[in-house]
Every structure is written in structure tokens, then in C-alpha cells.
Design a protein around this ligand. Structure first.
Ligand SMILES: Nc1ncnc2c1ncn2[C@@H]1O[C@H](COP(=O)(O)OP(=O)(O)OP(=O)(O)O)[C@@H](O)[C@H]1O
Ligand SMILES: [Mg+2]
Length: 402
């Protein structure tokens, strides 16, 4: 099974690319599901279906073509089915804290619930071998980050907090019940979480296996969008997810000659070239702005034909990492892949949270994670086909807390 994530800033074309990929995978004979992780669902709009999918799909996969299904999660239903006890506990808790019931129900949709629901489905579909390809249309970048970090944070939560709390609760509950009006979680609540965990088991491996899961970042040739894509690129690397393509969408086609667009064309050209130094060696795919919105199967099919030409959209287009952050002797080390570089003077320039690395004509921009951005690069070497950059002063391991 293949899992392909499309992520990026709001409005860049994630749903459109996901839908086009789905259409082409199905056309090539693969049982394909396009699943929307965005609470503001628009998959059904992309396929130009009347009404929202929720009306007739109830959050379940709906067939839109031979071998092609789309699914928009119904969060309320998912919560009831998967988080029943936990959800009820949270709502009671919020209610007793003086909130009205409706508001409490709203608030109980804690961040991360859509993501959990989606992970549950992925795991189930993988087990059932129901689909050959699952295309995930992610919510805008921030939420997508939460999604990819979720398996890690959930595990932590479960291991540290829940086991511990559950044992404490056993002792404390009888006493606390008499003292406080705030309800404490019952054992069933913990059991529900544990059951949920059982069902999530293995999903992290699926997401981190580049033969199964790859992410494609959708971007536009504009300053702010590219900045955010660069940051997302770094975070996907940090969470060990393979990015196998960057889709640069909404490029003005050469046929547009109107004077009004002259400056647009020029700035787009600049950003397209710059994008190479942000994301190489990950392949960049260029998509032109269409004459109109890309809605409906026929239009999506045409887009897919342009995007993939004779390539299989479910192929893995790049494996490995463009760069990697590690910690060695208490210092952060950034290692950038540069297989063709044998020698040369390394020129570094740090601009807030961005590092610009130049070796001759080789040029890379890397968005630095917050912790690393606070430090200055202190050494740079070329070894084993990598540019290796060390951050921070003396190796004291002082801030070594992972
Ligand atoms: N290359 C293109 N040419 C013409 N229209 C496009 C192109 N790419 C996307 N669109 C249109 O732009 C609109 C937004 O695209 P889309 O819904 O795919 O973006 P998104 O990234 O999923 O947005 P959101 O963050 O809101 O989910 C849609 O109406 C889509 O048809
Ligand atoms: Mg969308």
C-alpha cells in the first residue's frame, strides 16, 4: 500500500493535487482512496459533486468512479465511536467547570482529534488491504505538522502520563471524590485510551517507511508561501517523513502576454529558480495556472496528465533526506546532502531562522528549527558527500535535553 500526503499553506492547491493524483491512480488500475483531513472539507467540491459528502457518505468512503473513493471524516461521529468515554469525561469536566454544555462539546474537540481519527483509518485500511493507494489531503501546514508529530506525541502521552495517572487515580479517586466537585476519570476512560492505542499500533512505522509513505509539498511561486513551504520541509525532515516532490502550482503560462502581468511573471521566475536551492535534490513539479478553477473529474484528469505525463503518481520520486539535523557531543549538527561536491570553500550566511550555504555554484537555503536558529554556526566541513555544519560554541552538552 502507498500513502501519499499533500500538504502546504492554505489555498495553494492541496485538494486539487490530491484529487488529480487520485483520479490518475485509479485510472492506472489502483484501488484508490482520497481522504480529507481538513475539517473544512472541499474534496466533494473538487469533484464537483452536489452537496457535501457528509450528507450521503456519513464520513465513510464514497465511490466516485471505478476504483476511486473519497472520504471526508465526520469528526463528531468519529469522536462518538472512538473516543466515547474519553470524550464524555472531557465534556463533563468542562461542564462542571462552569461552561455551558454546547460550548463544552465544542471544546472537547481537542486539537489532534481529526488526526487521530485519520490515523485510525489508515491503520485499519492497511490491515484490511482495502486500498492500493491512500491520498491524504492535509489541512493547512500547521495542522499537518500536528498530524505528522502525533504518533510520537501520543506515544509519549500514553507512556508517561496515562500509566502514571491511572495508578495515581486508583489511590486518589476515593478520597478526591469526597473533596472536590470536579469529576475524575474512571478506569473505563483509561481503558478507552488504551484500546485506542492498540488500534493505532504500527501506524508510526507506516508513516516513516519511505516505501509506504511520502509527502508532497504544494507551493506557489510567492515569497510568503515559499517561506512556509521551506519551514514545512524542515519539519517533515525532523519527523522522518520523506518528501518526494514539491509541486509549484499556479505558474503564469507563457501565453499570458498582458502587460499587467509582466511584473508577476518576473517575480515568479525568480522564485521558481530560488525554489531549486530550497528543495533540491527533491524533484520540483511545475503546474501552470489554468484558465479556470480545476473542478470535476475531466478537469482533474487533464491536470493529472500534465502533472505526471507518463509517470505513475504512486511511484516514490525521491528517497533519502535533503538534509538532516542530529545532535553530537551536545551540539546540533546540520548535514546537507551534496554528493557531487568534492572540495571548495564553504560560505555560510545566517539570516534569522534561515541558513544559506554556498560552495562554489552549489547553493542551499535551509529553514532552521527554533532551537538551532538561536545558535550560530561554528564550524563547516565537507565530508562523505555532505556539507556538515556545527552549531553553537564549546561542546558542553549543557542544553542537552533532546
Ligand atoms: N493550477 C491551477 N489553476 C487554476 N485553478 C487552480 C489551480 N490550482 C488550484 N486551483 C483552484 O484554486 C482553488 C483552491 O485550490 P485548492 O482547494 O486545491 O487549495 P487548497 O490548498 O486545498 O486550499 P485549502 O487550504 O483551503 O484547503 C480551487 O478552486 C482550485 O480549483
Ligand atoms: Mg483543501
Amino acid at each position: 500500500m502507498r500513502i501519499i500526503l499533500y500538504a502546504g499553506k492554505g489555498g495553494v492547491g492541496k485538494t486539487t493535487m490530491s484529487a488529480a493524483t487520485g483520479v490518475e491512480c485509479a485510472r492506472r488500475g489502483k484501488r484508490t482512496l482520497v481522504m480529507s483531513l481538513d475539517p473544512a472539507h472541499s474534496l466533494s467540491d473538487s469533484f464537483d459533486l452536489a452537496g457535501s459528502l457528509m450528507d450521503f457518505g456519513g464520513g465513510q468512503p464514497v465511490a466516485v468512479d471505478e476504483r476511486l473513493w473519497i472520504q471526508e471524516l465526520d469528526l463528531q461521529r468519529e469522536l462518538e465511536e472512538n473516543w466515547g468515554e474519553v470524550f464524555r469525561y472531557l465534556s463533563t469536566l468542562l461542564r462542571t467547570s462552569g461552561l455551558r454544555e454546547v460550548l463544552a462539546d465544542e471544546l472537547a474537540i481537542l486539537p489532534g482529534m481529526e488526526e487521530v481519527a485519520c490515523l485510525l483509518y489508515i491503520n485499519r485500511y492497511a490491515r484490511e488491504k482495502k486500498f492500493d493507494v491512500i491520498v491524504l489531503d492535509c489541512a493547512p501546514t500547521g495542522e499537518a505538522m500536528r498530524f505528522i508529530s502525533l504518533p510520537t506525541s501520543l506515544e509519549w502521552y500514553m507512556r508517561k502520563l496515562f500509566r502514571l495517572e491511572r495508578n495515581i487515580m486508583r489511590v486518589v479517586r476515593p478520597v478526591a471524590k469526597r473533596l472536590s466537585s470536579v469529576p475524575l476519570p474512571e478506569d473505563e476512560c483509561f481503558e478507552a485510551v488504551q484500546r485506542l492505542f492498540g488500534r493505532l499500533e504500527g501506524v508510526e512505522k507506516l508513516l516513516q517507511d519511505p516505501a509506504v509513505t511520502t509527502a508532497r509539498l504544494v507551493t506557489n511561486p510567492e515569497k510568503m508561501v515559499l517561506k512556509e513551504t521551506q519551514r514545512a520541509f524542515t519539519y517533515f525532515h525532523l519527523f522522518d517523513l520523506t518528501v518526494d516532490a514539491i509541486v509549484v502550482n499556479r505558474i503564469l503560462p507563457p501565453a499570458v502576454r498582458d502587460e499587467f502581468f509582466a511584473a508577476w511573471r518576473e517575480s515568479q521566475q525568480g522564485y521558481i529558480e530560488e525554489a531549486e536551492s530550497y528543495f533540491a535534490p527533491v524533484p520540483l513539479w511545475h503546474v501552470e495556472l489554468g484558465r479556470r478553477e480545476m473542478l470535476g473529474r475531466a478537469e482533474l484528469g487533464r491536470l493529472a496528465a500534465k502533472l505526471f505525463k507518463d509517470k505513475d503518481p504512486a511511484a516514490v520520486f525521491f528517497t533519502g533526506k535533503a538534509f538532516e539535523f542530529t545532535k553530537s557531543d551536545g551540539r546540533y549538527v546540520l548535514s546537507i546532502r551534496a554528493p557531487f561536491l568534492k572540495s571548495g570553500e564553504i560560505d555560510l550566511m545566517k539570516n534569522n531562522d534561515e541558513l544559506i550555504v554556498r560552495v562554489g555554484s552549489f547553493k542551499r537555503f535551509v529553514a532552521l528549527p527554533r532551537r538551532v536558529a538561536a545558535l550560530e554556526p561554528s564550524a563547516a566541513t565537507l565530508e562523505g558527500g555532505h556539507v556538515r555544519i556545527v552549531f553553537g560554541g564549546s561542546p558542553d552538552g549543557q542544553e542537552d535535553d533532546g
